[in-house]
Design a binder for this molecule. Structure first.
Ligand code: GLN
Length: 314
């Protein structure tokens, strides 16, 4: 079946994602689960799910699409959306908007560039965004959780305390980044406080179904097409998509644009979410990662999705 394109006036997304699940099944044991966070080391690499949510309100799922997993860096899109809406352009005085061409947790560039992280999706940039969340919200963890719950239309979403604690105990690189930022005056709160909120945001536990639904506002100019809720303005939505396109997959952003052709964001829990503006958002989950820290089978699944549907933003 591989290689053929599904051409139809109305796409049969259910059929397409089932075909993809079959196609990528040989890849599921090829990646490495993110064992640097001990609480994630035990997740089964054979898990695989896809969910597609359309701006018309449909949802298509296959595999383990309803099972919750650790969203990790996917959370950086939610924190960015919250902060951009609150503080607008002031954010860009503290964080850049260029691809880093480095691993997500790299320290070297931060010194060369005097404590201003390249973009909001590498860990250093995300810590600055989290610092802004703490400055802007009375109860940042509650407000962030509620924001995510509203986007996903699911009031049961919460933090996984065991994952947050596990990362706190082992997150020496993140602690180094936070203190480094502080030394440059680019962190206003105590580094320990910023790290605590950061580890919690990464520990949010969601399913592919939740994530596809929660990212739908980015496919619809900032407005949730299901309930009409304005999550962020049109301009912010366009900008978040642009940042996902250029920086969402770390040093594989070029490869993702080449093979998938959609704005996307990955997390070391094995999730990747991509957005087709005007049409849909798609979340995939497969815990086995490639060497860049992106889901191996998830990446392939998204590549097949844009191949089989003949769609991309390009
Ligand atoms: N919590 C992870 C970390 O900070 C997130 C990284 C990721 O998902 N790319 O290392």
């Amino acid at each position: 079946m591989a290689g053929k394109t599904v051409k139809a006036g109305i796409m049969d997304y259910q059929k397409i994602i089932e075909r993809i699940a079959e196609d990528v099944s040989p890849l599921l044991d090829k990646g490495e689960v993110a064992s640097y966070i001990p609480a994630l080391a035990g997740v089964s690499p054979s898990k695989f799910g896809i969910a597609v949510a359309t701006v018309r309100g449909e949802c298509f799922t296959t595999g383990d699409a309803s099972e919750c997993f650790s969203i990790q860096s996917l959370s950086k899109v939610f924190t960015l959306a919250m902060v951009m809406d609150r503080i607008g352009d002031a954010l860009w005085e503290r964080v850049g908007r260029e691809a880093s061409g480095n691993p997500f947790n790299s320290l070297v560039q931060l010194e060369y560039e005097h404590g201003r992280p390249r973009n909001p999706f590498i860990n250093a940039g995300a810590l600055v965004v989290t610092d802004c969340i703490i400055l802007e919200n009375h109860d940042p963890m509650r407000d962030l959780r509620d924001f995510v719950r509203t986007c996903a239309g699911n009031n049961t979403i919460g933090y996984d305390e065991s994952v947050a604690l596990s990362e706190k105990e082992t997150g020496h690189r993140n602690a180094a980044l936070a203190h480094f930022l502080k030394s440059y005056g680019n962190l206003y709160n105590d580094p320990g406080r910023v790290l605590d909120v950061y580890y919690h945001q990464c520990s949010l536990s969601m399913s592919c179904k939740d994530l596809a639904r929660a990212f739908l506002f980015l496919a619809n100019g900032g407005t949730d097409p299901v309930n009409g809720n304005i999550v962020c303005g049109l301009r912010q939505a366009k900008r978040i998509n642009a940042l996902m396109q250029t920086c969402g997959l770390y040093d594989e952003g070029g490869e993702f644009a080449f093979r998938v052709g959609l704005p996307g964001k990955s997390g070391v829990g094995g999730g990747i979410v991509a957005v087709m503006p005007g049409e849909l958002s798609i979340a995939v989950w497969s815990p086995g990662l490639n060497t860049a820290g992106n889901s191996l089978a998830g990446f392939k699944a998204l590549e097949l999705f844009t191949t089989y549907t003949s769609k991309s933003i390009f």
